[in-house]
Design a protein around this ligand. Structure first.
Ligand code: GDP
Ligand code: MG
Length: 137
């Protein structure tokens, strides 16, 4: 089942110089390919669309502020079961609960600055690819 997913390497990953490390983990998964990649600073409108489901939650405003605090690396990754696979590679939202070996488990400590976003379903992936790479939707 070939799928596409939207991945963001968050501003903490870019600031800490971890993008190469994370990208190489993704590339090493057999058959997965990066089909779009861009360094970009996100504006409020894009973040509102992307994180709309979280509007009104206590962590929403600081999350948007953090996500706009520096450039992110936005990517489309394509491959076999890549939606579930990238969520596994990323690990759970709370990096302390994430197993060592996962990206969040190896590099993260605080919940907000958890290095990576990956679409959580086919519906989210289609919606998020449209936001970040409208030409490829
Ligand atoms: P994800 O799909 O694993 O990225 O998690 P969610 O979609 O639930 O949340 C989006 C992002 O908001 C997370 O990746 C975190 O950066 C942040 N976040 C989620 N829950 C919390 C929370 O309880 N506290 C804080 N500070 N940030 C959170
Ligand atoms: Mg999510």
């Amino acid at each position: 089942m070939t799928q596409r997913t939207l991945v963001l390497l968050k501003p903490d990953a870019v600031r800490r110089g971890l993008t190469g490390e994370i990208i190489s983990r993704i590339e090493r998964k057999a058959g997965w390919r990066i089909t779009a990649l861009e360094l970009r600073t996100l504006d409020q409108d894009t973040l509102e669309q992307h994180y709309g489901e979280h509007q009104g939650k206590p962590f929403y405003e600081p999350l948007v502020e953090f996500m706009a605090s520096g450039p992110v690396v936005a990517m489309i990754v394509e491959g076999e079961r890549v939606i579930e696979g990238l969520r596994q590679l990323a690990g759970p939202t709370d990096p302390i609960a994430a197993a060592p070996g996962s990206i969040r488990g190896d590099y993260g400590v605080i919940v907000r600055e958890n290095l990576i976003h990956a679409s959580d379903s086919e519906e989210s992936s289609a919606r998020e690819i449209k936001i970040f790479f409208p030409g490829q939707a």
